[in-house]
Design a protein. Structure first.
Length: 557
């Protein structure tokens, strides 16, 4: 085995290093073994992460059982739910880069030989996998698990229902007492938000990529099965070390194709597009938006999950979890079966013993899917020359045309919605919320949920260079590129301009003449950012377009 740790702990010159380890309770036998970093994003900021410290202990036990020495450390993680709807959301996507950076720093600084990464909230999953890709040390990912759904008025509820209830309250459809009662029961335990929102989407993707153990995505956060999965994940790391299996062996272009396929089959979050592009950039795989659309067209939508459908992650777990979906897709020839995984086996070999039991109405077969094409639609046109993304799960309309109501920030748009100034047929345009413009490319669940709560979800469209939560539903188009801050066409829209969206043709167009567009472009000047220092200013300087994953990888000439 190639062990980087030997350069840190072996030989007379490393006596001070060994002394430091012995101060923490290790002995010579411990230091003679491979040293494995066990990272988690444990904190008290969010229910997604609050239990991860306990899960890390199970993974550490597995690492020890494999004959290695674990060293635990943590990375930050932002609660998207608590950061939502105010300035705090500007930090969310930025945290993905910081998580990747901090894991890289800890692994490089201490010369650890391999990595077990545990994470639970939206940006910590891709951030951890990005670090694994960047380091290219033997690595295995494990998800912290989903929250259980709450129960309110006899039905399952999630955090999505609370956000939408705010809009219902403002529209006078429910009372404050109802909102408070829902708030009290919607999130009954630790774990990530329960629908097929971003965390659960990326957890499913971790299995499809081959970076996580089969069946590890769906068991609930607070379950004995989750504890066992973390133990088995830790135990598996020695196999990766012994066989020199590294992320670049697993994260091939074909593996990314499998990830895109499952994201479409499950009705997953639009953020999956951004995060898969970012992970691919770390490893040098040339993934483009056109690949997402090509695979979407060939992939049926078979899992009836929220927010576009009815069921949550624990329902998927009940019928067999991610392996059921992968086996359905594999049976139809829609996956690359020969991709390597962290088990040391191929995807096909991992699925050999998975039986396709009757999993309806949660998961349908590819022969009678919910929809014959996938749910993450890429749009292009005069309004988004580099691309934009919409989740079409649950959408009935295929076209939308309306007049623009333009806002230069999320706050201004939310105020207008709260004051019920948005009406049927409007296209709400929220700009200067892109990677550079925000900075940070905020999610806008508070805005979209308020529209849905007011009953306008299917009667109003929204277009933004920002992002949406995985819990967003409706005619909501995000990731518009180029963004407003760099002079993209979205920066040139005026109130009353007609915008046309055609999902069948994949078009999103600003219906003004080329002469008028040229005239506006000559007159355009970028807004001045108020962020001149600190992490947001640094991100603004480095961030690339959403069409490239909004990564901060330096570009050298």
């Amino acid at each position: 085995m190639e062990l980087i740790s030997r350069t840190v702990v072996d030989g007379p010159a490393r006596a001070p290093h060994r002394a430091m380890y012995k101060a923490m309770g290790l002995n010579d036998d411990d230091l003679s073994k491979p040293i494995v970093g066990v990272s988690s994003t444990c904190n008290e900021a969010t229910p997604c992460n609050i239990h991860l410290g306990d899960l890390a202990q199970h993974s550490k036990a597995g690492v020890r059982a494999s004959g290695c020495t674990p060293r635990e450390f943590t990375a930050i993680s932002v609660s998207d739910g608590i950061a939502m709807g105010h300035e705090g959301m500007k930090t969310s996507l930025v945290s993905r880069e910081i998580i990747a950076d901090s894991i890289e720093i800890m692994m490089r600084a201490h010369g650890y030989d391999a990595l077990v990464g545990i994470s639970g909230c939206d940006k910590s999953l891709p951030g951890t996998i990005m670090a694994m890709a960047r380091l290219n040390l033997p690595s295995i990912f494990v998800y912290g698990g989903t929250i259980l759904p709450g129960t309110w008025n006899g039905k399952q509820v999630t955090i999505q229902d609370v956000y939408e209830a705010v809009g219902s309250f403002e529209a006078g459809k429910i009372k404050m007492e109802d909102l408070k009662n829902l708030e009290d029961v919607a999130c009954p335990s630790a774990g990530s938000c329960g629908g097929m929102y971003t965390a659960n989407t990326m957890a499913c993707i971790s299995e499809a990529l081959g970076m996580a153990l089969p069946g590890s995505a769906s068991p609930p956060a607070l379950s004995e099965r989750r504890n066992k999965i973390c133990y088995e994940t830790g135990k598996q790391i020695i196999s990766l070390l012994e066989n020199n299996i590294r992320p670049r062996d697993i994260l091939t272009f074909e593996a990314f194709e499998n990830a895109i396929a499952i994201a479409n089959a499950i009705g997953g979050s639009t953020n999956a597009v951004l995060h898969l592009l970012a992970i691919s950039k770390e490893i040098g795989v040339k993934l483009e938006l056109k690949d997402f659309e090509r695979i979407r067209k060939a992939t049926p939508h078979i899992a009836d999950t929220r927010p576009g459908g009815l069921y949550v992650m624990v329902d998927l777990d009940r019928v067999g979890g991610v392996p059921i979906i992968l086996k359905n897709l594999l049976k139809k020839g829609l996956l690359n079966s020969g991709t390597l995984t962290v088990t040391g086996k191929t995807l096909k070999q991992n699925l050999e013993n998975v039986s396709l039991m009757n999993s309806e109405p949660v998961v349908y077969s590819c022969d009678k899917p919910l929809h014959h094409e996938g749910t993450l639609k890429i749009l292009k046109g005069t309004l988004a020359p580099e691309g934009a993304v919409i989740k079409i799960a649950g959408l009935q309309k295929k076209k939308f045309e309306g007049n623009a109501k333009v806002f230069n920030s999320e706050e201004n748009a939310f105020d207008a919605i709260s004051e019920q100034k948005i009406h049927k047929g409007d296209v709400v345009v929220i700009r200067y919320e892109g990677p550079k413009g925000g900075p940070g490319m905020r999610e806008m669940l508070a805005v979209t949920a308020a529209l849905v709560g007011q009953g306008l979800g299917s009667d109003v469209a929204m277009v933004t260079d920002g992002r949406f939560s995985g819990a967003t539903r409706g005619f909501m188009i995000g990731h518009v590129s180029p963004e407003a801050m760099v002079g993209g066409p979205i920066s040139l829209i005026k109130n009353g301009d007609k915008i046309s969206i055609d999902l069948q043709k994949g078009n999103i167009d600003l219906n003004i003449s080329h002469i008028e567009l040229t005239k506006r472009r000559k007159a355009w000047k970028p807004i001045k950012s108020k962020y001149k220092e600190g992490v947001l200013a640094k991100y603004m300087l480095l961030a690339r377009s959403a069409s490239e994953g909004a990564v901060t990888i330096p570009q050298f000439n």
